[in-house]
Design a protein around this ligand. Structure first.
Ligand code: PMP
Length: 454
């Protein structure tokens, strides 16, 4: 199959004139895989269609939100009904309360929730809240974890920065980055060392519940529990960033998966830990701009208007966006998670078989229904993860990334849209059923050969 790119090409030319790099978020630019990004016109279930009429199996799923697949009739219906009543009031609406209650119901340590519009705002506010609550300034983050694009969190971040190999961002003053201490992921001794070096100074450690922005990196067995212990021992707060994993890897996010001990072929996990602040986005908006932070009543009481930590938003809790999120969350029952898990198992298995078939060395990186692949021979490359794959950002960067563009484009030719970077997770929806599997199976052999030949 040769893709028809005429209209996407024309639009991309216009976009590059009108918008920096032609995109409104860097990872969309196909920077590391090359070529023309398709301009998408519509989506239904597991498939998306571009302006040239090419249909793709969608393994991006809006970068996470589309847990139920595109255009779920009940979500669309709820949004249409809400739209007919008005788009934005800048005043409270009932759906905001219902979504906050739904989040707190699912994640037991959470007593109160503040809704915002993006994951960036959620983590930025979580940091400010942690500082306001503890009266301390320093923040610890892990290299390769991405928490949005607020100034203090861009140091050694994953996602587009990993794809573009940027250590941080220009335009962020030294005075701000100096308040963020970056340590390697899965390295508890490094965390202990920071606390030893800066006694009484660290407000919070922020971590992705399971890292998914440098590809997937599996947390070591018991890593999150030990991390929580260390952080709490030193009077700091643990911020568990579930913007990506929240209500996607399971009904209570990755935190919930660890508590219930479900492994799905991923890492060994251990429950018995709680974070102090949780952040969410993506799924809780069902494809519209909703994100949130949640914590105990005591910590949340520090937020304005009750407390001195300021945070606000004209569109926070927007009724249309929240309606989409609430409908999505209400539909995301055990059956949905089971369907996503089944799809993830099948697709991950198919990809492994296709790579094995052509003798490609790789590691499948996996946390629950999220997965990614790192090309290369782990022993030769020095990967030290329990699964034989890369265990932190330095090891992640040591992979045969040059194989990815060839693989990616062969998959695209075969009608499968993968994340346009080796450093991103693959996403399934509950609609990734038989037709999705057929498409995947048909596209994989040629793509695996292309990757092996690269
Ligand atoms: N935290 C994590 C773990 C994320 O994956 C992302 C986005 N990919 C963010 C924060 C930022 O969210 P947003 O893009 O909505 O600002």
């Amino acid at each position: 199959m040769t893709l028809n790119e005429q209209h996407s090409s024309e639009w991309f030319t216009r976009a590059q004139a009108a918008i920096p790099g032609g995109v409104n978020s860097p990872v969309r630019a196909y920077g590391s895989v090359g070529g023309v990004p398709p301009f998408l016109a519509s989506g239904k279930g597991a498939f998306v269609t571009d302006v040239d009429g090419n249909e793709y199996l969608d393994m991006v799923c809006g970068w996470g939100p589309m847990l139920l697949g595109h255009g779920h009739p009940e979500v669309i219906g709820a949004v249409q009904e809400a739209v007919s009543r008005g788009l934005s009031f800048g005043a409270s609406s009932t759906v905001e309360v219902e979504l906050a209650e739904e989040i707190a119901r699912r994640v037991e340590p959470i007593e109160q929730v503040r809704l915002v519009s993006t994951g960036t705002e959620a983590t930025m506010t979580a940091i400010r809240l942690a500082r306001g609550y503890t009266g301390r300034d320093l923040v610890v983050k892990f290299a390769g974890c991405y928490h949005g694009h607020s100034d203090g969190l861009l140091a050694a971040a994953g996602s587009g920065l990993a794809t573009l190999a940027l250590p941080g961002s220009a335009g962020v003053p030294e005075a701000i980055t100096s308040q963020t201490i970056v340590v390697p992921y899965n390295d508890l001794d490094a965390v202990r060392a920071v606390f030893a070096e800066h006694p009484g100074k660290v407000a919070a450690v922020i971590t992705e519940a399971a890292p998914a922005n440098m590809g997937i990196v599996e947390p070591d067995a018991g890593f999150n529990r030990s991390l929580a212990e260390i952080v709490h021992e030193h009077g700091a707060l643990l911020i568990c960033d579930e913007v990506l994993t929240g209500f996607r890897t399971g009904p209570a996010g990755w935190w919930g998966e660890e508590q219930s001990g479900r492994t799905l072929g991923g890492p060994e996990v251990s429950g018995g830990w709680t974070a102090d602040i949780y952040t969410f986005g993506k799924v809780i908006g069902g494809g519209m701009p909703v994100a949130a932070l949640g914590s105990t009543r005591e910590i949340m009481a520090k937020l304005a208007p009750q407390g001195p930590v300021y945070q606000a938003g004209t569109l926070s809790g927007n009724p249309i966006a929240v309606t989409a999120g609430l409908a999505t969350m209400r539909l995301a029952d055990a059956g949905v998670y089971e369907a996503v898990d089944v799809a993830a198992n099948s697709i991950a298995g198919m990809v492994c078989s296709a790579f094995d078939e052509v003798g490609l060395a790789y590691s499948m990186q996996r946390v629950g229904n999220l997965f990614s692949f790192a090309f290369g021979d782990g022993e030769a490359l020095g990967w030290t993860g329990a699964n034989g794959g890369p265990r932190n950002e330095a090891e992640v960067k040591n992979q045969e990334t040059w194989r990815y563009p060839a693989f990616f484009h062969a998959m695209l030719e075969g009608g499968v849209s993968l994340p346009p970077s080796a450093f991103e997770a693959w996403f399934c929806s509950a609609e990734h059923g038989d037709r999705a599997m057929e498409r995947m199976e048909a596209a994989l052999p040629a793509a695996a050969r292309a990757a092996a030949a690269a």
